[in-house]
Design a protein around this ligand. Sequence first.
Ligand SMILES: Nc1ncnc2c1ncn2[C@@H]1O[C@H](COP(=O)(O)OP(=O)(O)O)[C@@H](O)[C@H]1O
Ligand SMILES: O=C(O)C1=C[C@@H](OP(=O)(O)O)[C@@H](O)[C@H](O)C1
Ligand SMILES: [Mg+2]
Length: 173
Amino acid sequence: MAQCILIGFMGSGKTTVGRLMAETTRTPHLDLDELIIAQSGQSINQIFAAHGEAYFRDLESQVLRSAMRAEGILSTGGGTPVRKENRDLLAQSGIPVIFLKASPEVIRARLKEASDRPLLRKLSARQFVHLHEEREAYYAQAADLTVVTNHRKPADIVREILTRADLLESKRK
Ligand SMILES: Nc1ncnc2c1ncn2[C@@H]1O[C@H](COP(=O)(O)OP(=O)(O)O)[C@@H](O)[C@H]1O
Ligand SMILES: O=C(O)C1=C[C@@H](OP(=O)(O)O)[C@@H](O)[C@H](O)C1
Ligand SMILES: [Mg+2]
């Protein structure tokens, strides 16, 4: 079973923090997007372009189910907790869920050059803020622990999560 699950908006740092946390604790890192890419042999952009978002979401739910059973730190995609089926899986898993929270301004700065987030490309500034607000409600609802990541180094964020090991352990018992 995964040690913990990281959730949060695109650019909140789930992949970066998950990778570093896995390295620090010498456990595997499981990243839903990377698993989907490996399984399908296509990039996230290619999957969205060739098959559409619904197809991607089906793959995501399928990969989530198996990744949760594996040992490691699990980084989800920003859209994972939007599906009720996925939220129910998270809630019933007994695995600690950590919400990496970042403001729209910080996220926009981090993802300014990113070309691998197909959902971002088509959003206006207003729509971006709206989507962020809408999704934060799902993240907050699913989280056992919320860590604000604005203007903090990944190593500092990992340290904070690891100081909460007691809380995280108690959920797994
Ligand atoms: N704490 C941080 N401070 C500054 N930049 C960060 C931080 N965490 C992530 N980034 C950068 O933001 C971008 C998105 O990070 P990523 O880990 O892919 O986020 P997510 O998986 O949540 O979409 C990357 O360029 C990454 O280097
Ligand atoms: O928020 C989303 O709906 C998505 C987030 C992405 O992952 P990151 O949150 O790791 O960027 C990736 O799964 C896909 O582009 C869709
Ligand atoms: Mg990611």
